[in-house]
Design a binder for this molecule. Structure first.
Ligand code: DOR
Ligand code: ZN
Length: 409
């Protein structure tokens, strides 16, 4: 495949060249003869890697499944997704891990990896499965798989291989339970105490820790006291706030960790350069389930455009977006052939029109859940074409359905 006249970053500078992809790998840059995909006027980003999605398969496929979820990923410019283990049954044993891999292999249209889950009783199960990453919920959340007591936490922190990312949802269970009794909902204190606890344990165990969806300037800095802490942020905590969007979204505004105040949302932008990765935390639920209190937002089809829109307003630079949404997740999760437009890397390319404006409409989305917290938003910056290992995966008329994902984790 030849992608003609794309602009992209090469060696730290913006260039305009053709990109040649052979046998699924980027083979060269320059001027090439032959039939080509026209990318005149478009910017090429490395295919994005979303390290935090909930594709709900198996067990909750009325919300999403590996096909619709990876369609949503491709539509949003992601060529690789890493799926969370709070499926049903949870991915906390070798047998469930194997079953889930089979499902993903059969249905996925983009590349994928599966995070294994830590439970209150699977220290040996984790050892047997030897996953590349482990997700641990310190507090109660969708799927009820929290492993929040100190002994369980410590055993996972000290047993899981030290250089592999231990992904922590750091809302402290004891704080959540106490505050619930006091009628104080799900306060920031739960995140602050959770992050401190996890940071101290990571330090004690001398291990890498990856803080999922950090929401506060303060917790970013608390986490970073430890040099092996990695920070993820999710778009909804940067683009939505309790005051600004809570009223509009009503019961649809529920998400864990919760939307924060407008002041805290702005402060989080001030911590952007301490952030290591963006994870959409794509957590689809049906509208009926949202009305009954389900927590979580879909995010795959809006994540990149929200950041491109912010780029157009001068709030973030393009190299930050490329690094935190592709290169850095690849580095963190050990995806050696992913995340860069460079010779020898997988031919995963997301072509965007940086200036095109579009209006967010959930009924045009590929996700099965049928709603978005960004309904009606006008965003500047749009995904135009997506290439997965040299094959056209999506264009203006939608996801082609002709690609097949492979396991990369
Ligand atoms: O809001 C959330 N939804 N937070 C989580 O931690 C889990 C997620 C889900 O799976 O629905
Ligand atoms: Zn999540």
């Amino acid at each position: 495949m030849i992608i003609r006249n794309a602009k992209f970053y090469l060696g730290g500078r913006v260039v305009k060249k053709d990109i040649l992809i052979e046998k699924g790998k980027i083979a060269g840059f320059g001027k090439f003869k032959g039939e080509a995909m026209d990318a005149e006027g478009l910017f090429a980003l490395p295919g994005l890697i979303d390290p935090h999605v909930h594709l709900r398969d198996p067990g909750m496929t009325h919300k999403e499944d590996f096909e619709t979820g990876t369609r949503a990923a491709l539509a949003g410019g992601c060529t690789t997704v890493l799926d969370m283990p709070n499926t049903r049954p949870p991915c906390t044993s070798l047998s469930e891990y194997r079953k889930k891999k089979e499902i993903a292999k059969r249905k996925a249209l983009c590349d994928y990896g599966l995070h294994f889950g830590a439970s209150g009783s699977n220290i040996q199960g984790v050892k047997k499965a030897r996953p590349r990453s482990l997700k641990l919920y310190m507090g109660e959340s969708t799927g009820r798989m929290h492993a929040g007591n100190m002994l369980t936490l410590w055993r996972h922190f000290s047993n899981f291989p030290k250089n592999r990312p231990l992904i922590v949802h750091a809302e402290d269970q004891e704080t959540l339970a106490a505050m619930k009794k006091e009628g104080r909902g799900r306060p920031e204190a739960a995140e602050k105490i959770g992050v401190e606890k996890a940071r101290i344990l990571a330090q004690e165990a001398d291990r890498v820790i990856y803080f999922a969806h950090t929401t506060l300037f303060e917790t970013v800095h608390l986490a970073k006291i430890w040099k092996k802490s990695l920070i993820e942020v999710s778009p909804h905590h940067l683009f939505l706030s309790r005051e600004k969007d809570g009223k509009r979204l009503k019961e649809f505004s529920k998400v864990y960790p919760p939307l924060r105040s407008e002041g805290e949302r702005r402060e989080l932008w001030g911590a952007l350069y301490h952030v290591d990765a963006v994870g959409s935390d794509h957590a689809p639920h049906t509208p009926a389930e949202k009305r009954k209190g389900a927590a979580g937002f879909p995010g795959l089809e809006t994540s990149l455009s929200l950041f491109l829109d912010a780029y157009n307003r001068g709030e973030v630079e393009l190299p930050w977006i490329i690094d935190r949404m592709a290169e850095s997740p690849a580095r963190i999760f050990g995806l050696k052939s992913k995340g860069r437009i460079d010779k020898g890397y997988d031919g995963d390319i997301t072509l965007v029109d940086l200036k095109e404006e579009w209006k967010v409409k959930a009924d045009e989305f590929a996700s099965k859940c049928g709603w978005t917290p960004y309904e009606g938003f006008r965003l500047k910056g749009k995904v135009k074409k997506v290439v997965l290992r040299g094959k056209l995966a999506a264009d203006e008329s939608g996801v082609t359905g002709k690609t097949k994902g492979k396991n990369v984790l």
